[in-house]
Design a protein around this ligand. Structure first.
Ligand code: TMP
Length: 209
């Protein structure tokens, strides 16, 4: 029996990421396929609550410390992800380790240091990066109130995502122009992932190999 596919959806703030992952979940379900939607940070765990307080500026943490918490938050769910995949369930993640690296490196941390706590986490079979320019994001009403929702930081994050994308093949990392209508983006996203509905025969890989 093939295992389930591991699909990560990454993107800048205001890229419509949450709409698109929910839409993906609905489409897989409609096709009768088991799918589990996960979101990072998962703010429901004890670690997630610390992250949430930090993002809402209710606490202060050293940049390295918050980076490690984001990674620990993924490790909390790593065995669950593996189990689901082995059971044949498709796992769709709203943000994953690439956000971890992009946001912390944009704040000035060393890129290789940022990768290290995530080494050997389950690696996505494909990552869809929903790309939007800060200008388009502004047209959509601008950023919210959380700590990283600032235009200058978002620009840096975008640059680092672009650098990370260069390390992957075109099948593993797909950049989607998210500045278009929801329907157009959804059609593109589906065309890239529908092939995964039948499952994956190759073994699960690990970050950052
Ligand atoms: P969210 O808006 O998707 O809930 O994400 C919250 C913020 O956390 C967002 O600005 C991106 C940031 N982030 C990190 O800095 N590191 C991480 O590892 C993850 C998953 C998100």
């Amino acid at each position: 029996m093939p295992r389930g596919a591991f699909i990560a959806v990454e993107g800048l703030d205001r890229s419509g990421k949450t709409t698109q992952v929910t839409n993906l979940e609905t489409r897989f379900q409609a096709a009768g396929i088991d799918v589990k939607l996960l979101k990072f940070p998962d703010r429901t765990t004890a670690i997630g609550k610390m992250i949430d307080a930090y993002l809402r500026s209710q606490s202060e943490l050293d940049d390295h410390a918050i980076h490690l918490l984001f990674s620990a938050n993924r490790w909390e769910l790593a065995t669950t992800i593996e189990r689901l995949l082995n059971e044949g369930t498709i796992v769709v993640c709203d943000r994953y380790a690439f956000s971890g690296v992009a946001f912390s490196a944009a704040k000035g941390l060393d890129l290789d240091w940022c990768r290290s706590p995530d080494v050997s986490l389950p690696a996505p079979d494909v990552t869809l990066f929903l790309d939007i320019s800060p200008e388009k994001a502004r047209e959509r009403g601008g950023y919210g109130e959380e700590r990283y929702e600032k235009e200058e930081l978002q620009r840096k994050v975008r640059t680092i995502f672009s650098k990370i994308s260069g390390e992957f093949s075109a099948e593993k990392w797909v950049t989607v122009d998210a500045g278009r209508s929801q329907e157009d983006v959804a059609a593109d996203v589906w065309s890239f992932v529908e092939g995964f509905a039948a499952g994956v025969h190759s073994p699960l890989q690990r970050l950052w190999t």
